[in-house]
Design a protein around this ligand. Structure first.
Ligand code: NAD
Ligand code: MG
Length: 386
């Protein structure tokens, strides 16, 4: 039995995790649930899974939850996420919150020696090296939920990275794969949010259209698998059937395939190294479209370019990259900036940053995060005025 704290329980990954808890009542027990503000959905889940403790980051939502639900305790505020993540009686923390706010709960869970099934890739983009150090000291572990990284981990099957020549992550290419970059400058949120193969939360869907999501995934792979960036490739694979390739030093290449459904990598993050029989939809080889692979076009993948630049600059640069992108995406979704402004704004903030080298601390990372958010808003105000 895995006792699970589910953070971000109301989102796309969070509801996939609820599906799994429903499908495996003898193996997965949800012991706590957290979300930002959707207290109604959180209470519904708490009732269904008889969860004794829930948390809402938004205090007003927490107040409403307390008057509507008498089935257990309601925590509130950002600190509640870390408190639930570190609690005794939790074996696995599924971190499925979106954004840099997911970092502290990851730190808390790892410090307490837990397994973190990590959907919140922002944690690693902000603080990959720091998290590895904590995990090493505490005995905690980071298990990827991201489909590509789950694919890599499955192909690696615990072989050392010295056996690996190259890892290749696939990218769908997003909604604008075949559009001329000049024609998408004024793309609306509604157009950007129509992803061809995956159904996901808003922020990651926008990040797929700029390829920033794939850039984050290169950073994530760099830390999770200990591979230098020049051994991490990206190929465009519009069908999203192959999630990753691992080429070993002898020339053999293993790939991981499945239909695009996040419940599968999430299931593996919970079951690993075991495999649990599932009723998830199967890959039907004979019904597959032909699978194609192409090189990313730099003009259509500015986010990937910026992420590689941040990774090379090192230190606090990747934290700045995430923070600037997070704020820029929010402004875009609020229709305050154009789609075409997104990456130039992030680039401006990254260019203005003087990365702090040496051993990073949680505080120096969060300081860089705050700086980048403020700087992004200044830059966006100039764009809006101009
Ligand atoms: P989503 O927007 O659907 O859900 C986000 C969840 O986080 C919600 O439960 C929400 O209540 C919570 N949340 C949002 N802001 C919060 C805050 N300030 N404090 C606390 N909780 C907050 O997002 P999603 O698509 O489920 O993505 C979640 C994470 O998983 C992201 O890091 C994303 O990059 C990653 N991920 C998602 C997918 C996918 O298929 N959806 C695939 C790979 C990785
Ligand atoms: Mg992914």
């Amino acid at each position: 039995m895995r006792r699970v704290a589910l953070l971000g329980a109301t989102g796309s990954i969070g509801t996939a995790a609820q599906d799994l808890a429903r499908a495996y009542p003898d193996r997965i027990r949800l012991v706590s649930l957290a979300a930002r503000s959707n207290h109604e959905a959180l209470i519904r889940a708490a009732e269904e899974f008889r969860v004794p403790r829930i948390a809402l980051v938004d205090p007003e939502a927490a107040r409403r939850a307390r008057s509507a639900w008498k089935g257990g305790e309601v925590l509130e505020g950002e600190e509640a996420l870390a408190a639930l993540a570190a609690e005794d009686g939790v074996d696995v923390v599924v971190n499925a919150v979106v954004g840099g706010i997911g970092l502290k709960p990851t730190v808390a869970a790892l410090s307490a020696g837990k397994r973190v099934a990590l959907a919140n890739k922002e944690s690693v983009v902000l603080a990959g090296e720091l998290l590895l150090g904590i995990a090493k000291r505490s005995g905690g572990s980071l298990v990827p939920v991201d489909s590509e990284h789950s694919g890599v981990a499955q192909c690696l099957a615990a072989r050392p990275v010295s056996d690996v020549r190259r890892v290749t992550l696939t990218a769908s290419g997003g909604p604008f794969l075949r559009r001329a970059p000049a024609s998408i400058q004024d793309a609306t949120p509604a157009e950007v949010l129509k992803h061809p193969t995956w159904s996901m939360g808003e922020r990651i869907t926008v990040d797929c259209a700029t390829l920033m999501n794939k850039g984050f995934e290169v950073i994530e792979a760099r830390w999770l698998f200990g591979l230098p960036p020049d051994r991490l490739d990206v190929v465009i694979h519009p069908q999203s059937i192959v999630h990753a390739f691992v080429e070993f030093v002898d020339g053999s290449v293993l790939a991981q395939l499945s239909i695009p459904d996040m419940r599968l990598p999430l299931l593996y993050a919970l079951s690993a190294p075991e495999r649990w029989t599932s009723e998830l939809p199967r890959l039907q080889l004979l019904d597959l479209p032909s699978l194609s692979f192409e090189r990313p076009d730099p003009a259509r993948s500015p986010g990937l370019t910026l992420a590689r630049r941040a990774l090379e600059a090192g230190g606090t640069s990747t934290a700045v990259l995430n923070a600037a992108d997070e704020e820029a995406v929010r402004l875009f979704l609020e229709k305050k900036i154009r789609f075409g402004d997104l990456m130039p704004l992030v680039e401006e903030v990254l260019g203005a940053h003087r990365p702090q080298g040496g051993a990073l601390t949680l505080e120096s990372i969060l300081e860089a995060d705050r700086w980048a958010r403020a700087r992004l808003h200044e830059a966006a105000a100039n764009v809006a005025r101009g």
